[in-house]
Write a protein that binds this ligand. Sequence first.
Ligand code: XLS
Ligand code: NI
Ligand code: NI
Length: 438
Amino acid sequence: MSEFFKGIHKIKFEGAKTDNPLSFRHYNPDAIVGGKTMRQQLRFAMSYWHTMCGEGTDMFGRGTVNKDFHGKNPMEVFENKAHAAFELMHKLDIDFFCFHDRDIAPEYEVLQETNEGLDKITILLKQLMKQYNKKLLWGTANNFSNPRYMHGAGTSCSADAFCFAAAQIKKALEITTELGGEGYVFWGGREGYDTLLNTDMGLELDNMAKLMRMSVEYGRSIGFKGDFYIEPKPKEPTKHQYDFDVATVLGFLRKYRLDKDFKMNIEANHATLAQHTFQHELRVARVNDVFGSIDANQGDLLLGWDTDQFPTNVYDTAMCMYEVIKAGGFTKGGLNFDAKTRRGSHELEDIFYSYIAGMDAFALGLKVADRLIADGRIDKFVEDRYASYKSGIGADIVSGKATMADLEKHALALGDVVNLKSSRQEYLENIVNSIMFE
Ligand code: XLS
Ligand code: NI
Ligand code: NI
């Protein structure tokens, strides 16, 4: 097979002092941080859609880069993409990848033909995974690009469109299982509404829940052992997306008794679109025991859409890895770079600079988070802040022993609350900085 990324060698760790831009300055896969290798802690994944398919189009212009990889017909294009993908993962030392069904094989007029194409590519992917020792972090179905999903997929007003969505998920689950995928994602790009004037919200949500229930049951019946994830996002392409944020998704899952079957795949840019920090979404997932996986990217806070930039903000990656470590680390999840090079970064080499930037930013974030925890001052502060719940009336509140009458008695005897301490935000922020830049 020909080489697609000519002139680029395998990217190696060279340390912070190197002046080689095609090397890792912080990501040292075998170095131990927090009791595990960086490779085990970070579990990096390549997103097939942005990396192998995204051509830099936007609403105002066509692509700036061609990702046909010299293929002369649709099938050959996708075969070449597969070879290029594994060359890229090999050269970047990335262990995992993630895909939508339509990223890996052509979509034809007839579903049967499309599925046959998928089967052919699945055989190729399986062989390449073995050859390069790579794994599938998660698979998913693209239930948003085709015009048949203009009114939604699992929440479409059309039962026919609903069936098409189900058929795609069924096939995507089969492929994911065949490739030993560690996860399967639901992201509801078209599952929402643009106006309530034409929308039966109750029916749409009931239907979505049914589709998810059937998917879980089918997946388990064919031997899928991975985790099911739902990836929250508040809007875009719909005005209002039903899986708005982690808290909203939790409400949905609990109502339909799906909460034991799904974890969250949290994307940084989706968190900020929902007016939350990335860390907030991770924390909500963690305290509700539904933390699963991460779509690693960053948005532009001055823009109101999903820019899917490669993550370079180390403050954010540090707070992210702090939550990941506190959640006990990844089990089946990982850090999938759901990120694309900018439209102007149109040379294939830019893909390497982008991944290196993202991987180094997360390696730095991991090291900072590990130091933050080892330092202990933040944890100690939080512990002390809630000390009033360790004994007396506080302990009775926590244990559930205290009644409303007990609480009133305590309040009456106090006169007023007089011992409140400072929350010390600036002091704590400066601790983070001192640890980051020590
Ligand atoms: C789009 C989503 C999508 C999911 C997978 O905004 O992030 O790429 O990760 O369907
Ligand atoms: Ni995503
Ligand atoms: Ni996104």
